[in-house]
Design a protein around this ligand. Structure first.
Ligand code: GLP
Length: 235
């Protein structure tokens, strides 16, 4: 794993755009995208850059169950607001959170991922070490699946909603195996609340109890983080 310490989220976004440029020069065609606050400066820098996304495909990690695409809390809306409406891809895929048949939807999404193998995957990390919405205990062999969100994730994400009751309790998420299939992975982590999860991710045991620890088994992972998120790392 490669760790790049940045002074703040703004610098993190710039460094990430430089890495993306290199990946595109090497032939990357499909980007795996994430939501949450951590990738925001990356998307902002990307929008302001001269990088052309119109020949690329994007696939997003996850979507809440029950929120329509035009619901401001949905990940469809987040991606439109922060990236797609400024710089459209040739095609962008996200799980459909309003599908009446979640199982069919997860299978359809796995087919999309098989047809569009991810070259460069962006990740954030939950305070409990989740990636996408793969909560602690999720099998490392998991494919796209329906997830019951843990109370800690619902609480952490309540900041984006008016009341905690409005936070959906389920999501459709790429599985750990889908994420690990990406050719290269870039994870953002900022702030003290991520320090424990990052320490476990980098130097703890590889365990399904800390989903991001699986990244130790991947050949090309870069972590962009600030000093606070790295504060519990030994050395
Ligand atoms: C949500 C998303 C994750 C994201 C995490 C952390 O749970 N499903 O993909 O990594 O939040 O979000 P933030 O970057 O806002 O801390």
């Amino acid at each position: 794993m490669k760790i790049i310490q940045v002074s703040d989220q703004l610098e993190g976004g710039k460094v990430a755009v430089d890495i993306l440029r290199r990946k595109l020069a090497e032939g990357a065609k499909t980007l795996g995208l994430a939501t949450g606050s951590s990738p925001l400066t990356f998307y902002k820098e990307l929008v302001d850059s001269d990088i052309d996304l119109s020949n690329l495909v994007s696939v997003n990690l996850d979507e809440y169950v029950g929120l329509t695409e035009d619901d401001p809390q949905s990940y469809h809306y987040f991606m439109k607001e922060n990236l797609f409406s400024h710089k459209p891809f040739k095609h962008s895929f996200l799980p459909n959170g309003t599908s009446h048949n979640a199982e069919e939807e997860t299978e359809a999404y796995n087919r999309i991922l098989a047809e569009n193998p991810v070259d460069f995957q962006i990740l954030g990390i939950g305070t409990n070490g989740h990636i996408g919405f793969n909560e602690p205990g999720t099998s490392f062999d998991s494919q796209t699946h329906l997830v019951d969100l843990t109370p800690s994730t619902i609480e952490a994400n309540a900041r984006f909603f008016e009341t905690i009751d409005q936070v959906p309790t389920q999501a459709i998420s790429m599985g750990i195996a889908n994420i690990m299939a990406a050719k290269s992975i870039l994870l953002f982590a900022y702030g003290k609340s991520k320090a424990q999860a990052i320490a476990g991710t980098v130097s703890g045991p590889v365990t399904e109890e800390l989903p991001a620890s699986v990244l130790q088994n991947h050949a090309d992972v870069t972590i962009i983080a600030d000093a606070e998120a790295l504060s519990l790392l030994n050395n």
